[in-house]
Design a protein around this ligand. Structure first.
Ligand code: PEP
Length: 248
């Protein structure tokens, strides 16, 4: 039985006040049957660690550099994140792939660095609208998944979560239908089963792309969707708690 994970990606949004608001709201909420993580911008991680201490909220980061330390101005390493109580880290978000030109190889290097620092990577994959229209969705997604997963040791694969986020659904208000999302999740799990059926059954697969309080229940009811990666709706405490409750 896979425990659902709801991860809130604040991107370059939020404030110290929002961190406090989430800390207060989640101190009142019982979330035994779902894991919930918030991924705030780096400067809020320490405040979030303190504000979330008495809540079920876990801490996530949005990216990391593949190196442990060194001359990489503006970057943050996995070890630094671990020191601040971070448990999950997004790797290969489509905004990083597109705006910062992160290649599959660079995504893989970040996954290895995250695992080395004891973090749990959430590997983000997804096709663009052009790729979907060209009938390439599954090829693109399985290439992104395979580039990383096929090169990991079994023990490393167990630490992984995969988030399927169709690029055309991120921040657009356009959500994949539950059937489209389920179809891709089944393909990812099927691909993984080619390596290790037990691991494939245990692997958490998240859907991301304009998930909100109104559509979460239907998406999360799909057999192979084990949670959500939430952008916009994770900045509104009421919407985000409603999504978490749909998963629980
Ligand atoms: C995301 O950025 O991962 C995301 C899913 O964003 P949104 O929910 O706003 O589409």
């Amino acid at each position: 039985m896979r425990k659902p994970l709801i991860a809130g990606n604040w991107k370059m949004n939020g404030s110290a006040e929002l961190v406090e608001t989430f800390g207060r709201a989640f101190a009142e909420i019982d979330l035994m049957s779902v894991d919930v993580a918030i991924h705030p911008p780096f400067p809020y991680l320490d405040a979030a660690r303190q504000a979330f201490a008495a809540t079920p909220l876990k801490l996530g980061a949005q990216t990391l550099n593949p190196l442990d330390s060194g001359a990489r101005t503006g970057e943050v390493s996995g070890q630094m994140l671990a020191e601040f109580g971070v448990e999950y880290v997004l790797v290969g978000h489509s905004e990083r792939r597109q705006l910062y030109h992160e290649s599959d190889e660079q995504v893989y290097e970040r996954v290895i660095a995250a695992l080395g620092a004891g973090l749990k990577p959430i590997l983000c994959v997804g096709e663009t609208l052009e790729e979907r229209d060209a009938g390439l969705s599954e090829d693109v997604v399985l290439r992104q998944v395979g580039y990383v997963m096929a090169r990991l040791e079994p023990g490393q694969r167990q630490q992984m979560t995969i988030a399927y986020e169709p690029v055309w659904a991120i921040g657009t208000g356009r959500t994949a239908t539950p059937e489209q999302a389920q179809q891709m999740m089944a393909a990812i799990r099927g691909y993984q089963a080619g390596f290790d059926r037990e691991l494939a059954d245990a692997l958490r697969l998240l859907y991301g792309g304009s998930m909100n309080a109104g559509n979460a229940q239907e998406l999360l009811a799909q057999q192979d969707i084990d949670g959500g990666l939430i952008g916009g709706a994770s900045l509104k405490v009421d919407d985000f708690t409603a999504i978490c409750q749909s998963a629980g």
